[in-house]
Design a protein around this ligand. Structure first.
Ligand code: CMC
Length: 418
């Protein structure tokens, strides 16, 4: 086994070097503190591997993303979301019979306990769908005892019902119950858009596009929400409580909330006469908090392969549905201007997954308030896969260290003498 040498306080330490499947190299510091008394410091964990994982491989320099060894481009072109869920969670693509059984089990668990509907009455009409989603998922743990295997199926089946109900609540329409004769994505669209007075027919372009988008969101190794899931799950917390924290982490604008922020940003730029130069200048100005939303990534220093696929999908779906969207033109121009700008070139900032996804969601009629919820729906199998992997590999309790920078020891002085 190769080692890395660390020289510290006149002492030389040999640290094991671990190599991954794709020859990625990690220096194992698990025994560093025990032997040297020192810890490593890595705010934001940009250089820290928190686990070994067999789920997703990313090469950020080359723009490669694979789930369980399969290229994202091939999965997006040929697989269904439900197949990808099976692949991520159980590690293998299902055969035809297995897929049918899996689909059936995801169908029969879609209903929410009737009492849970009352929770929605307690939320204000303005409640953010991501907050509702997180609260409702956490409350599933009050209904179902801790038995991870069946709860995994329950959660995969019920999240879309919870999501669609939260949308119906936000627009004041009656809930539409899940239908067992519809496939996964069609059932979700039906619950979102059907109204009692008329029949809702699922458009196959809309269904296929959403199915592909869910695949593209399904996993992305140790991102903020997935790391949160592994962190919380390492304490032994149940599946529902754990996943609800992943949903909360995803809601922020630097993570899943970016898809909503992109559309808001494009609207502002449109109203401002499509003045790209002004917004590029703002993004570059250190004293201005404005960032180009949907640009940049911690791992990708090249094109995000998902962004490429989503951009193609945006063109395709607008064409197939006979629509135009001025925001797509603004996004394309903004991308062009940014990619020619030295600031973005130097920092290797490219469009990420969220840059074009909102445009596709808009084209297929999904409301902006639901964009991040859709991200959560797509990411759920990834969170679950990591939760299972972490539990099965008996990961230690996640508990980072810190460097304390507060006051030194000082005597307590009673209030009357202060
Ligand atoms: N606009 C302008 N400048 C940027 C941007 C941006 N979108 N992203 C990074 N930079 C600059 C940043 O100011 C810094 O400059 P300097 O070196 O002069 O200080 C440099 O690029 C490196 O940025 P960083 O913040 O250290 O990079 P990070 O790895 O910590 O941040 C990020 C990654 C995604 C948080 C960041 O790029 C960002 O805020 N992007 C906009 C939000 C966004 O689109 N988020 C979705 C991420 S992809 C989907 C997901 O994972 O949820």
């Amino acid at each position: 086994m190769s080692t890395a040498a660390l020289s510290f306080h006149g002492q030389s330490l040999e640290l094991p070097v671990i190599t991954g499947t794709e020859n990625e190299v990690g220096i194992d510091i698990a025994r560093l503190r025990g032997t040297s008394g020192a810890i490593t410091l890595d705010p934001g964990y940009g250089n820290t591997g928190s686990c070994k994982s067999a789920i997703t491989y990313i090469d950020g320099e080359a723009g490669i993303l694979r789930y369980r060894g399969y290229a994202i481009e091939e999965l997006a072109a040929g697989a269904s979301f439900v197949e990808v869920v099976h692949l991520l969670v159980y590690g293998v693509l299902p055969g035809a019979e297995e897929l049918q059984q899996f689909q059936d089990s995801l169908t029969i668990h879609t209903l929410l306990h009737e009492d849970m509907k009352k929770f929605y009455e307690g939320f204000p009409p303005s409640a953010k769908p991501m907050s509702v989603l997180s609260a409702m998922v956490a409350s599933l743990s009050t209904y179902y005892e801790s038995n991870d295997d069946i709860n995994i199926i329950r959660l995969l089946a019920k999240l879309k019902t919870i999501a669609a109900f939260s949308y119906k609540k936000s627009i004041g329409q009656p809930f539409v119950y899940p239908r067992n004769d519809l496939d996964f994505v069609s059932d979700f669209l039906h619950m979102m858009f059907a109204v009692p007075s008329e029949e809702y027919l699922v458009n196959s372009v809309v269904r296929d596009t959403l199915d592909m988008l869910l695949i593209l969101h399904a996993d992305h190794e140790q991102n903020c929400s997935t790391s949160t899931v592994r962190m919380v799950g390492s304490s032994g917390a149940d599946l529902f409580s754990t996943i609800s924290t992943g949903i909360s982490a995803l809601s922020g604008p630097l993570h899943g909330g970016a898809n909503t922020a992109v559309i808001n940003m494009l609207e502002v730029i449109k109203k401002d006469g499509a003045n790209y130069a002004k917004y590029i200048a703002k993004a570059k100005d250190r004293n201005d908090p404005f960032r180009l939303m949907g640009f940049g990534h911690r791992v990708y220093k090249n094109f995000d392969p998902r962004a490429r696929l989503i951009k193609q999908a945006a063109d395709r779906v607008l064409d197939q549905l006979g629509l135009t969207d001025p925001l797509l033109d603004i996004a394309k121009n903004l991308e062009r201007v940014a990619l020619e700008d030295e600031y973005f070139i130097e920092r290797k900032l490219y469009p990420n997954l969220d840059f074009y996804s909102g445009i596709v969601y808009r084209a297929i009629g999904l409301p902006t308030s639901m964009f991040t919820v859709l991200f959560a729906l797509g990411r759920l199998p990834g969170w679950i896969a990591h939760f299972r992997e972490m539990r099965n590999s008996r990961d230690r309790l996640h508990r980072p260290r810190q460097l304390y920078t507060g006051p030194e020891h000082r005597p307590f002085v009673a209030i009357e003498h202060r």
